[in-house]
Design a protein. Structure first.
Length: 364
């Protein structure tokens, strides 16, 4: 049986080591220099995170500067500040707003977050590919790195204790720097399991490798129709606004807002952000989402506006979305996390090393 190979992602300093596929999941250990692939079940997992029988810990780790990630976002922000200021026009501002809604709302919130990460609705593969592509344009991550970043943080926040990199408990300046310029290397990392339909998707592999370059065709089109003003506002300003808006939403949701539900045993209790629900295109209802993570609808109550959910309903009305998962809860309840939690680990205790039982093959 042939070997299945996932793309190499030097931007995140990960090494992918192939093992013979058995028509199933691809598993990857989240640890620099210790990544590997293992064949698993082909169905969509209830959770992609395997905590190595409780030996993985989100507490102990080292935050390090990611050169490619940091240089890219720094150039984007500088281009937005300098080029955006010198080339302002009302048409460019309108372009920035429209493309931000399309890439951040339809692309990231619907395509990457609710479809690819949570599998909260079904749609034709070509529709999913288009949504994910728009999400890559509106995010600083590719399909695989978006899944990894989201699932690792969600797993960490649901444990009794976690590193402040995941809890967003540092001061805002340091937390911004960590989120946009750094990555974390855990001492005892979990394993992320990519289902085979995602791991073996060559389009997603290509997007992961070329996610930064994907802005180039859009920039050429903007230059043709609107000159440098459209390029700076449609690319630089848009990416800078979207990246900072995503960080700011996460930071606020971990510290302030409404808390109608608590997640039992979780170190982080995300809040709803009522005043930002519409502005964040539905992503501000973080407490609702954490309580019901597989629901395509993040809003639960009247006046909780969720434009991304409206778009999913529009897809369903024309037959382009089905099997849409939606919670029916309408009254505030205290709910427990369905994700398994691990016993709290004393801060001074060094976690035991993970014993690898599967022999790794040479790096591809």
């Amino acid at each position: 049986m042939g070997h299945k190979r996932l793309v190499i992602d030097p931007d995140l300093l990960r090494k992918y080591i192939s093992l013979p596929s058995e028509n199933g999941h691809i598993m990857k250990s989240i640890n620099t220099d210790k990544s590997y692939l293992i064949a698993m079940s082909p169905t969509h997992p209830k959770t992609r995170v395997d905590s190595n029988s409780g030996r993985s810990s989100p507490v102990f780790g080292r935050v390090y500067w990611s050169s490619t990630k940091s240089i890219w976002i720094t150039l984007v922000i500088l281009g937005a500040l300098l080029g955006g200021y010198s080339t302002f026009s009302w048409s460019a501002l309108l372009l920035c707003l429209l493309t931000s809604v399309v890439t951040l709302g339809i692309g990231y919130s619907v395509g990457l977050h609710r479809r690819l990460i949570h599998n909260s609705f079904q749609c034709p593969q070509w529709v999913e590919n288009c949504l994910v592509y728009l999400g890559v344009l509106g995010s600083t991550a590719g399909p695989f790195s978006a899944i990894e970043q989201h699932d690792l943080q969600d797993w960490a926040q649901r444990q009794p204790n976690c590193h402040s990199y995941f809890s967003h408990s540092q001061n805002p300046l340091l937390d911004w720097y960590w989120t946009l310029h750094c990555d974390i290397q855990l001492e005892c990392p979990p394993i992320i399991r990519y289902e085979s339909r995602v791991a073996e998707n060559t389009f997603y592999q290509w997007l992961e490798q070329t996610r930064i370059v994907q802005q180039l065709p859009l920039a050429i089109a903007f230059y043709h129709f609107g000159g440098w003003s459209w390029v700076f506002w449609g690319i630089y300003v848009r990416i800078a606004v979207c990246a900072n808006a995503q960080w700011f939403t996460q930071y606020l949701a971990c510290r302030w807002g409404d808390l109608p539900r608590t997640i039992k045993g979780a170190a982080v209790q995300p809040r709803n952000l009522p005043k930002l629900g519409l502005l964040t295109l539905g992503e501000g209802w973080q407490n609702n989402h954490k309580a019901f993570p597989n629901s395509a609808r993040f809003s639960l109550y009247p006046k909780q506006y969720d434009p991304s959910w409206w778009f999913i309903k529009a897809l369903r009305s024309v037959g382009l979305a089905w099997s849409v998962k939606q919670t029916k809860v309408r009254v505030p309840l205290r709910v427990s996390s369905s994700a398994p939690t691990e016993p709290p680990m004393p801060p001074t205790m060094q976690p035991a090393p993970i014993q690898r039982t599967r022999q790794k093959v040479g790096a591809k």
